[in-house]
Design a protein around this ligand. Structure first.
Ligand code: HEC
Length: 134
């Protein structure tokens, strides 16, 4: 008997988790941990898939968020951009965090630990302000 499963292709590269952004920019550990928890699932080349990704249509919604999110911003590709484009990405990141637009609300529903406290928002925005000024 042949069982067929309809699944979306997974967003998992052979490069170790977060390696690209972390190697490229060498952020402090607290920044790395926050980005990994709150942003990388949808904005990097590696998603830590939750158990519910196997359940449709939730898995398909997540896949849509990832492809749409990566199209707008891929942390693992920032290093390859020119200075001007990098600055504009950093500005966007700061705005999205300050305005509480990211991480997406629908994601927080399933990932409570991805929510950013005021203090952690500041950790991230201060870091990207520094990158912007370099
Ligand atoms: C559940 C997936 C998901 C997570 C987690 C997530 N994003 Fe997003 N992000 C998206 C999607 C989808 C879009 C494009 C649609 C939109 O702007 O709402 C996006 C867009 C963006 C944009 C571009 C906005 C624009 O209009 O140009 C930035 C910047 C961004 N996200 C930053 C972040 C940061 C920083 C985090 C972590 C604090 C984060 N995102 C977490 C899915 C996600």
């Amino acid at each position: 008997m042949i069982l067929q499963f309809i699944t979306s292709p997974k967003n998992v590269s052979t490069v170790p988790y977060t390696q690209n952004f972390v190697h490229g920019f060498n952020p402090p550990k607290d920044v790395e941990i926050l980005l990994q928890k709150s942003c990388f699932d949808c904005h990097s080349n590696n998603t830590a898939y939750p158990w519910y990704a196997e359940i449709q249509p939730i898995g398909m919604l997540l896949a849509n968020h990832i492809s749409e999110g990566k199209e707008k911003l891929n942390f693992d590709e920032l290093k390859n951009l020119g200075k001007r484009q990098q600055r504009s990405r950093f500005t966007g990141i700061i705005e999205q965090i300050e305005q509480n637009k990211m991480p997406l609300k629908s994601y927080l529903f399933m990932h409570k630990d991805a929510a950013l406290s005021e203090k952690n928002k500041k950790v991230l925005t201060s870091y990207f302000e520094i990158l912007k000024s370099q």
